[in-house]
Design a protein around this ligand. Structure first.
Ligand code: SAM
Length: 304
């Protein structure tokens, strides 16, 4: 039997793997940190709420796991102001080559103890997992993704373990996974019967090959990740979360010199909040020693 998970891991993270040799999303696909600084802006609002809940500690962490080109970490560092900026320690974590970004520490391994906010932005979709064709019986599939005759699926167990490990690194604060994905109700209803495994190269979807020439990815069962990490948590849409953090996208500037910049900003926010696009990404937020209700107001459950 082919070990697809091992092939996938080798293709991305082997000695000449796609991410090992330093390929970054900017060259192959568009992620929210590449849209502009607005995602970082929203995360700084979230970080400020975490900071307040922690009692404004002497050191405040922002950890970007699976940092890619480091755009998000750099934008958070650049956008921080006042007392938060003075106490903030920004760490980018990636297995790819270290990058030199002002004010950002780069490391290949997750820190052991985080006091602040840990974010995995489009990280979990790049964690390889077994690919199966039904019928197949497996405890994870039985619980999370019933697979019928001829149906395809990805076994999300390695993502669950990766996320549970990341959340366990947070001593106090919050952990946020942002990704494209699905929930059990839709998987069980057969909406993803063809599976979601896919490959991208140079901005295009291509036939998957396991030779390190393309990014290999699959949607994330964020509901399974939520249960695996446990604790106080919510799973909401990026569209709703961004609005709750102050990014609504309304153009408030009157016609005049500031109007064009305001309209451009509104269009970036609209892209981040677009239904069916980035707005349909899930935000899985865990509080650790901090109630999630102090970080986000009640929002509808995510249903991509
Ligand atoms: C799809 S990219 C996302 C990059 C960036 N966060 C963004 O949204 O633009 C996934 C990244 O996760 C990194 N990655 C995967 N597994 C990792 C691990 N265990 N530790 C650190 N980085 C990892 C990959 O090297 C890759 O750069």
């Amino acid at each position: 039997m082919v070990d697809w998970e091992a092939l996938w891991r080798e293709a991305l993270y082997g000695p000449s793997g796609f991410f090992t040799r330093g390929e970054v999303p900017a060259d192959h696909f568009r992620t929210a940190p590449l849209v502009g600084a607005e995602l970082a802006e929203a995360l700084l609002v979230l970080l400020d709420r975490v900071d307040f809940a922690l009692g404004r500690p002497a050191r405040l962490d922002f950890v970007d796991v699976g940092a890619g080109g480091g755009e998000l970490a750099a934008a958070v560092r650049a956008g921080a102001t006042g007392s938060v900026a003075a106490r903030l320690v920004v760490t980018a974590v990636d297995v790819g080559p270290a990058r030199s970004l002002p004010g950002v520490r780069w490391t290949a391994a997750l820190p052991s103890s985080v006091h602040g906010l840990l974010v995995g932005h489009e990280w979990l979709d790049a964690v390889p997992c077994p690919l199966v064709v039904g019928p197949v019986s497996h405890p994870w599939l039985d619980r999370w993704w019933p697979v019928g005759e001829g149906e395809r699926a990805e076994v999300g167990e390695p993502r669950d373990a990766a996320w549970a490990d990341a959340v366990s690194r947070v001593a106090r604060g919050a952990a946020l996974a942002v990704d494209y994905g699905h929930v059990r109700a839709d998987r069980a209803a057969g909406r993803y019967a063809a599976g979601t495994f896919a490959a991208y190269r140079g901005g295009r979807r291509v036939e998957p090959v396991f030779d390190g020439s393309c990014d290999l990815t699959a949607h994330v069962a964020l509901d399974a990740c939520a249960e695996a990490a446990g604790g106080d948590r919510v799973l909401v849409s990026q569209r709703d979360a961004l609005a709750a953090l102050g990014l609504s996208g309304a153009v408030t500037a009157a016609a005049g010199p500031g109007w064009l910049a305001a309209a451009e900003r509104a269009s970036r926010i609209a892209e981040l909040r677009a239904p069916g696009g980035l707005g349909s990404f899930g935000w899985l937020l865990h509080g650790v020693g901090v109630p999630v209700s102090s970080l986000l107001p009640p929002l509808p459950p995510w249903r991509p």
